[in-house]
Design a binder for this molecule. Structure first.
Ligand code: ARG
Length: 405
């Protein structure tokens, strides 16, 4: 018997887990993190639903239950660094779940400290990425803590979890009728399993909750402006979590941010993943557009390599690694000039950049123009081409020599 802090979402798996740990004689503290999964999105869980999750844990017999509003911390310490890295796994997935797990691991460690617990637990299975991410975060912060993953130790099928739940008076949410596994936070919503497991099946419309179906999208485009100040975006006077929630709602109306991909998991399995990330899609497009205007060609070439590594290490659960600190430091240098505005048009699942401006912009109309007022030195191009092509010219002459002798 010991004191265990359990990462608790209120869903079927973690509720069954909570009950099982209690039945095994442990005192369990249910730790629930509010990462804004319902904010600003019509038809989603109301904010006070998380308080009901906390109450549910207590009703199931938890020793204590804590609800931590971690929305701003999630945005400032996880989402913003990822935005600065243009982070998309395999060029597509904005890493919403992957970014939340090191924070959940951190909150488990902090909660364990405050209660004097020496064990933390989570409800991940042995097949996914999230077990890796949570556990590596815990190990990086406090290697002395014991981590338990009971659903990995003894996996439970969905029907037996349901049977256990009804046997022990665990309420089963109505949403379980939908056979998907859902994870959501401000940065995006992940949908897996059920009919999606056959990659030939198109995602049914009921898999989506944040993005409008094609026939429900407005025909007109909405124009918005994202303003950056030293790399930090704002929209309509909103910043942080409130801004992302507002963008999820706005871009979601236009069906923006639907992603359907075959993804390579850390543990070596390919899986079919569907995501909705309207706000992330808009912000990533805006950030990249400002980089095009502000950063040098060299910086952008090098940064593309760094950005890919950043997405990979985030996906792989290595958020707490010193490589990330190094990449963050590089991105911080870039962000010193990332001040300016980007205008975007939102329409029919597309986000299109229609304008950008910045006091640090390197675009010079007098150099770029094909009209009058051109200041570009056209003659300089002749010498440039001679030197730039010198190795090719040398090779061509050598080949000619080889063919003629
Ligand atoms: N495949 C994604 C990732 O590893 C999302 C996993 C989220 N979990 C879920 N139950 N949908 O980052």
């Amino acid at each position: 018997m010991s004191l265990i802090v359990l990462a608790y979402s209120g869903g079927l798996d973690t509720s069954v887990l909570l009950k099982k740990l209690i039945l095994d004689g442990h005192s369990v503290i249910a730790m629930t993190a509010d990462l804004g999964e319902s904010d600003g999105v019509a038809g989603q869980r109301a904010a006070d639903e998380l308080e009901r999750v906390r109450q549910k844990a207590l009703a199931l017999g938890a020793y204590d239950a804590v609800l931590i509003d971690a929305r701003e911390r999630f945005v400032s310490d996880y989402v913003m660094p990822a935005l600065h890295a243009n982070a998309k796994y395999q060029g597509v997935y904005p890493l919403s779940a992957a970014l939340s797990r090191p924070l959940i691991g951190t909150l488990l460690v902090e909660t364990a400290k405050s209660f004097g617990a020496t064990t933390v637990a989570h409800g991940c299975t042995g097949k996914g990425n999230d077990q890796v991410r949570i556990e590596l975060a815990v190990r990086a912060l406090d290697p002395a803590l014991e981590v338990r993953a009971p659903l990995r130790e003894s996996p439970m099928s969905r029907p037996s979890a349901m049977a256990f739940a009804s046997e022990h008076g665990i309420p089963i949410a109505h949403s379980l009728a939908k056979p998907y596994s859902i994870d959501a936070n401000l940065w995006g919503r992940s949908i897996e399993a059920g009919i999606l497991e056959d990659p030939w099946n198109a995602p049914p419309e009921d898999a989506y909750a944040w993005t409008a179906a094609p026939e429900k999208r407005p025909v007109h485009a909405d124009e918005i402006v994202i303003s950056f100040q030293l790399g930090l975006p704002s929209y309509h006077g909103l910043v942080g979590a409130a801004m992302i929630a507002a963008l999820n709602a706005k871009a979601g109306l236009h069906g923006i941010g639907r992603i359907d991909m075959i993804e390579d998991r850390v543990i070596g399995v390919k899986s079919r993943e569907v995501y909705e990330a309207p706000g992330a899609t808009v912000l990533l497009a805006a950030h990249r557009a400002l980089e095009h205007l502000v950063l040098t060609r060299d910086e952008q070439r090098f940064k593309a390599l760094c950005d890919q590594r950043y997405a990979e290490l985030t996906y792989d659960g290595l958020w707490m690694s010193p490589l990330r600190d190094g990449l963050d430091a590089f991105n911080a240098v870039c962000s010193e000039r990332m001040t300016g505005d980007v205008r975007l048009a939102l329409q029919n699942a597309n986000v299109t950049v229609t304008g950008s401006r910045s006091p640090f912009g390197l675009y010079d109309e007098s150099l770029a123009t094909y009209g009058s007022g051109d200041t570009f030195d056209h003659h300089a191009a002749t010498g440039f081409i001679t030197l730039h092509g010198l190795p090719l010219e040398r090779l061509a002459r050598q080949r000619q020599l080889a063919y003629t002798t």
